[in-house]
Design a protein. Structure first.
Length: 210
């Protein structure tokens, strides 16, 4: 994995939130999907870690966003963790995977990745977390990849174009969206590797000084 992505570990992340402003709106769910390279050298989805997150004090909650994701942040049966604990658990798992795969740090893979990366970094700063394993600004965005591969930018349409199907009832949960994004990412990366004739263990991303 380290050779394939120039020392970075791709981790697929999806967040569900109470709005679009990472500094003002609540982070409500976060899911991270970890990938593996199989014996055939193809990328595949391995496991998912998903947590509900308790809104930080003073967080804004946009009713329109809650209507879309169907989350009741204060439901009595909702097992949610404070931001620092939720991020601490996710970051711990990410650092473990970085070490296992002999990578130098993680790079976030997401659908509209800048949105997820922004919420992750803002929440980490708000919680005073110093050891953030994700690259501070680089990401791998399946919107761009799906536009090139399938001519689609919406996750549901890209998944259907890729033959993955789509469950509207399950959509807009962090775990489901992250897992579908992971399947999409793996499928495109594997197709490119096969069509471009990239040899086993070769770097997928061109090397640069960073």
């Amino acid at each position: 994995m380290a050779n394939r992505f120039r020392g970075f570990l791709p981790v697929v992340v999806d967040v569900e939130t109470g709005g679009f402003a990472s500094s003002q709106h609540a982070l409500l769910q976060i899911a991270a999907v970890f990938l593996r390279r199989g014996e055939d050298d193809r990328l595949c989805r391995e496991r998912t870690v998903s947590l509900h997150v308790r809104p930080f004090e003073g967080a804004l909650l946009d009713p329109k966003s809650l209507e879309v994701n169907g989350i009741d942040p204060f439901h009595p049966l909702r097992i949610a963790y404070p931001e620092d604990q939720a991020l601490g658990r996710i970051f711990s798992e990410v650092r473990k995977e970085v070490k296992i795969n002999q990578c130098k740090r993680a790079i976030l893979v997401g659908h509209n990745a800048h949105f997820d990366l922004g919420f992750v970094h803002t929440a980490a700063e708000r919680c005073g977390i110093k050891r953030n394993p994700f690259h501070p600004f680089s990401s791998l965005d399946t919107v761009s990849l799906a536009a090139l591969a399938y001519g689609q930018t919406v996750l549901a349409r890209a998944a259907e174009a890729a033959g993955l199907g789509w469950d509207n009832e399950a959509a807009h949960s962090a775990a489901y969206d992250a897992e579908m994004t992971a399947e999409l990412f793996c499928g495109i990366a594997n197709r490119w590797q096969e069509s471009a004739g990239i040899p086993e263990g070769a770097a997928f991303i061109a090397r640069d000084p960073d």
